[in-house]
Ligand binder design. Sequence first.
Ligand code: NAD
Ligand code: AHE
Ligand code: ZN
Length: 366
Amino acid sequence: MKTRAAVAWKAGAPLTIEEVDLEGPRDGEVLVEVKATGVCHTDAYTLSGADPEGLFPAILGHEGAGVVLESKVPWLKPGDHVIPLYTPECRECKFCLSRKTNLCQAIRPTQGKGLMPDGTSRFSLNGQPILHYMGTSTFANHIVVPGIALAKVRPDAPFDKVCYIGCGVTTGVGAVLFTAKVEAGATVAVFGLGGIGLNVIQGAKMVGAGRIIGIDINPAREDMARRFGMTDFVNPKDVPNLVDHLVQMTDGGVDYSFECVGNTTLMRQALECTHKGWGRSIIIGVAPAGAEISTRPFQLVTGRKWEGSAFGGARGRTDVPKLVDWYMEGKLQIDELITHKLPLERINEAFDLMHAGTSIRTVIEF
Ligand code: NAD
Ligand code: AHE
Ligand code: ZN
């Protein structure tokens, strides 16, 4: 079939809207009509050329929601509403069976090469293959994805809101609930108050954190963050030493910190502002190719822990439908974070709004 898609031809170049060819689903695969997709900073990161796995030409996008049109797996049927999962859940691999991680590896090698599990692409244009991205490619109106990479969600949930659960909401809220398991009363610092950081704040509020400190160089982020539960705001530009400032504010350091920017200097500061003996710092931000983190090992010897979180530690097919329910029950706020909506033809503006710090999330509706 033909479908409309925004194609990334090379690093740093604007996306162009093309009518591409899409082959139908093979065994274990599903054809989905994408109804809406968010634009996450990770799409911008890959488009910039900083992603070692960034291959071109490709159809980016990994924060979508849509409807099944054709299914070659028994657990999905046409008409089902789904959220594509860049972290699938096969429930059979060593990783899924371990119960220690959400990082299902069933299709990870081909996914990282922009290919379906059989090593081929379903997208092409004039006979030239176009690569998939993160196994999802939600900047296309129709996609073929492995059935293990789809969460079935309730049919009354609005696509233009729950698409954000496909990455940002789950990543932020999940990092608090599933990765860190923050307890009520804890002091939390959130570095970066964008589409991910605000969801970390939302998660921290949900679990009853006592104090939630937000850190961002964009002062415009303060209002929204306070509405989501931030109790204190720090602009690093206003303090001589960010770590000292945070440690003094919190009588020795925070219990948990979350880095939601992808900046290795901030990652170090996020670790070093945690409390001696028990502080835990969770890296969420994605750093450019070749970047490395450093600290004095003494920071770890003295009881701090440095960790990371992908997709909020969520098991997609199991946990994503629950987050959709929480949104529908009014337990999760999403609407306020979707600051802009655009048609696919204007998708490049979504990246401009993100880089200018004007948007939290832009959602593209097909
Ligand atoms: P965003 O652009 O919406 O937000 C980034 C925020 O960081 C902005 O508010 C910006 O002002 C702030 N910022 C930038 N530099 C800063 C600095 N030096 N100090 C303090 N604040 C600073 O991006 P996003 O969509 O929220 O994504 C954030 C990061 O998380 C990205 O690196 C993205 O790739 C990554 N990410 C990771 C996962 C995961 O599973 N680990 C999932 C989604 C996104
Ligand atoms: N391709 C990059 C890594 C990118 C990365 O860390 N991705 C996150 C999700 S970001 C969503 O917005 C992730 O889930 N990582 C785990 C995985 O298996 O990719 C690189 O550096 O190579
Ligand atoms: Zn993302």
